[in-house]
Design a protein around this ligand. Structure first.
Ligand SMILES: [Zn+2]
Ligand SMILES: [Zn+2]
Length: 241
């Protein structure tokens, strides 16, 4: 079965409407297609679904599910940020993804740009990138205490600006221990981890998220790996290398 469960529409920061995305998914030959717009984050409204639009989103996708049921199996998911204020109900699945750290009353984004990433390390972690990564992975490991999630989204997004180990060493024992502990803590609650091709397809990374050692570790410990495009346009749906 061909599927892509991590994609965005105009309900959050995607360029295309849900209907345009579904039509592109049919053209791409998918059997199952999931829309997973960003959950509402009160501290940053620039990219997420607007406050109070969950019901409209669910109802709209529900209509489209019916309309296209003979051509494709459409699912309505959500990409839930850990720091969202609450978990809305009624979705077919939930992708748990961290895009922010919580530093006191601030929620700095880890995926904005390299300058901001380095500034977070200096402002809040005394330039200790490993402490910053430990904070990220420890929070990620706490998901099951807060929300039911079905898929772990881009586990290693924290490495977005670390291509070629330019800021920290991804083989450093502190980094390796941090992500391995998180995978082990998550696995009893959520089996599915995605290999995320979003930044790879946008030409921002040379590899998708979840390095090969991470994929191997997940599989060796009983997890499941799925591939997703994290598409924000109708041109990359189902594109996995
Ligand atoms: Zn994401
Ligand atoms: Zn996404």
């Amino acid at each position: 079965m061909k599927y892509d469960l991590h994609t965005h529409t105009t309900f959050s920061d995607g360029e295309n409407t849900p209907e345009e995305m579904i039509e592109a998914a049919i053209k791409a030959g998918l059997d199952r297609y999931g829309i997973s717009d960003h959950s509402y984050t009160f501290f940053d409204e620039s990219y997420c679904m607007a406050r109070g639009r969950y019901d409209e989103y669910l109802a709209h996708i529900s209509e489209l599910k019916k309309k296209y049921s003979s051509k494709i199996n459409v699912l309505c998911g959500i990409e839930l940020d850990y720091h969202s204020a609450y978990l809305p109900q009624g979705f077919d699945y939930v992708i748990g993804s961290m895009h922010y750290l919580r530093c006191g009353d601030e929620y700095p984004p880890i995926d904005f740009d390299k300058e901001m990433f380095s500034k977070i390390a200096s402002d809040y972690f005394n330039n200790d990138f490993y402490a910053m990564c430990e904070n990220y992975f420890e929070t990620l490991a706490d998901y099951p205490n807060r929300y039911r999630i079905d898929i772990v989204g881009h586990l290693d997004l924290i490495t977005k600006y670390n291509e070629g180990n330019c800021l920290f060493d991804e083989d450093h024992p502190r980094f390796v221990k941090a992500w391995q502990n998180t995978v082990l803590k998550l696995l009893p609650h959520v089996k599915t981890f995605e290999v995320n091709y979003g930044d790879y397809n946008r030409g921002r990374r040379s590899q998708p998220y979840l390095t090969e050692p991470m994929q191997k570790f997940v599989l060796e410990h009983g997890g499941i790996i799925i591939k997703s495009s994290d598409s924000h346009t109708d041109k990359t749906i189902g594109k996995f290398k």
